[in-house]
Ligand binder design. Sequence first.
Ligand code: GLN
Length: 247
Amino acid sequence: MNETIFNQRDLRFLAKNSLDQDAVELDKIKRSYAQGMPLAYILGKEEFFGYEFTVNPSVLIPRPETELIVEKALEIIKSDKLNSVLDLCCGCGNIAIAIKKSTQSQLRVFASDLSLEALRIAKINADRHKAEIGFIQSDLLTGLRGEFFDIIVSNPPYVEDESIKGSLSYEPRTALSGGVDGLEVIRKITGQADGCLKEKGYLIIEIGYQHKDKLKDHIDNLGLYRIVDWIKDYSGHFRGIVLQKNG
Ligand code: GLN
């Protein structure tokens, strides 16, 4: 017989100890929250596009505005019957997984990030949601030369350095920092992406709400893409750009 039998005194002891333990834990949580740590990191999870994602401080916390980017990507993938997509700077994998879960199984979905720890978390999320994704470690598109996608979707770092403070300082700086004007990484991506896109391939990038005019000038000067659309959030801010590689 290997049943454990507790007497009343043991039970009281166990109950008190676990309550003390819970109180200590709760106290830790309250202190972290009061200091500004985002709740998603305290809980280790965040909801995005109806799915729950594991997060930790080595990945950006998924935001609702990125759902608009996913919706636009899905619209194009379906209307143009696209076959391959890359989520560039995938973080916890939220864009790639949301797209894979919302399309038929033939769509080949890849996700890349510079951070191995981000890729580890993204893989946990892909397994958790049974989404078949090909993961690639790459510094932007430099590790993907010779690959050609129908569409590249990205929520890259685009926060101006001086704005990285407060609760943002809990998130990985490399996932946020877009340099002095916020467009440093986006300029690199737009410079590299035409080499990894099929003819007439699409590039969708999430942007800061104040970037539209400067980005438009940059794209016009670059001469590699046509601006197909701008994505607006529910406050009327421009939060994404849809580009198509020139044929
Ligand atoms: N959406 C985040 C913010 O503005 C930034 C995300 C990013 O840089 N990709 O707080």
